[in-house]
Design a protein around this ligand. Structure first.
Ligand SMILES: C[S@@+](CC[C@H](N)C(=O)[O-])C[C@H]1O[C@@H](n2cnc3c(N)ncnc32)[C@H](O)[C@@H]1O
Length: 333
């Protein structure tokens, strides 16, 4: 695994596998493209709204054609850039693709595909548009309270603790965990791996600067999660931002890792993968569950988002729930 230290002393390394574009997929792509162009013209399509969005003009809808264009786009993105969105849940992915089409003042999915393939800057924006990066500190405070009460006592038995935040977005969850572990006297013996597929959100996570008005809301979460101090003890404020203490990052490694494409890179005592798989199709959820299961030590703990579940996954029977109501599971199988 390539590893290096950046100038600010933060340990960085890439967990990503090299992903050569697969030539055998070209035939599949070409067949789909021919099918699209054989149809009479490319229709202009529009899509429903997400909360707060302006209503888009309904031009003409053809779901079959739209699906084909989206399939081609995702296949093209995979072959050209190596990012695989082909098994992301369709409706919300399409909605975000359409948000980008409107923002870029384009008209069709095919038009977007053309731009993305020929301009990497478009791809960077695509990546941000299609991934949902919403997060907060001590999100679902009851989850963190259950973590303190049920998981921390288990972790005390280990001389060294490895925690993986898979899909950490801009890092609020990671700073929350660092604070919690510090308050429980365990931070010095833990190493936190914070990964996301998206380098630009990781860059923000490394900075640890969050808008002050949001941090005011996080203070309530912190208290409800069993925080023993004041959240303001952990940051300095200025210019409308809160800069979190650099020491909270001392034992954190931020790195790019794609749950769809990359392999396991360590064995962990805790894995939090919250509000990530909710955007995946079932088949992909199953694959990622296998990866997480294989990355946990026996009796390790898995944390999921409040709307996510282990039910109907191949590993359902390999875990026991630690506390009713909270998606905290201990590996027993
Ligand atoms: C909604 S955020 C969740 C952040 C945090 N875990 C939380 O619960 O607040 C989802 C994150 O998952 C990341 N993500 C989506 N697909 C991913 C993948 N295939 N591999 C790694 N991260 C992914 C996105 O970039 C985004 O930052």
């Amino acid at each position: 695994m390539p590893s290096s230290f950046s100038t600010d002393g933060t340990e960085t390394f890439s967990l990503r596998s090299s992903r050569p574009v697969r030539k055998d997929r070209m035939e599949n792509y070409t067949a789909m493209a021919v099918c699209l162009h054989e149809r009479e013209g490319v229709l202009q399509l529009s899509e429903g709204r997400e909360e707060g969005e302006e209503r888009a003009p309904m031009i003409r809808r053809d779901h079959e054609l739209e699906n084909l264009e989206v399939e081609l786009l995702l296949e093209a993105v995979f072959q050209h850039y190596g990012y695989d969105f082909r098994e992301y849940a369709g409706a919300s992915l399409k909605r975000r693709i359409w948000n980008m089409i409107r923002a870029e003042k384009l008209e069709t999915v095919s038009g977007l595909q053309e731009r993305i393939l020929h301009d990497p800057a478009y791809f960077e924006r695509f990546l941000l548009s299609v991934s949902v990066n919403v997060t907060s500190m001590f999100r679902d405070p009851g989850f963190f309270l259950a973590f303190r009460n049920r998981v921390v006592p288990l972790l005390r038995t280990y001389p060294f603790i490895r925690i993986w935040h898979a899909g950490c977005s801009t890092g609020e969850e990671v700073y929350s965990m660092a604070i919690l572990m510090e308050e429980e006297g365990l931070y010095d013996r833990c190493r936190i791996y914070a990964t996301d597929m998206n380098e630009s959100v990781l860059q923000r996570a490394r900075e640890g600067i969050f808008p002050l008005d949001q941090v005011a809301e996080y203070s309530d979460n912190y208290r409800e999660s069993g925080g023993t101090k004041s959240l303001s003890d952990y940051y300095t404020s200025g210019y409308g931002s809160a800069l979190f203490r650099a020491s909270l990052r001392d034992n954190v490694v931020f790195s790019q890792h794609n749950l769809v494409l990359d392999t396991s890179f360590n064995e962990f005592h805790v894995i939090l993968c919250r509000n990530v798989m909710i955007y995946f199709k079932k088949s992909l959820q199953h694959r990622v569950h296998r990866l997480l299961y294989e990355s946990l030590v026996p009796f390790g703990v898995l944390g999921l988002g409040s709307k996510e579940s282990l039910h109907f996954t191949p590993h359902e029977r390999d875990y026991e729930q630690l506390e009713a109501g909270w998606k905290l599971y201990r590996r027993i199988g």
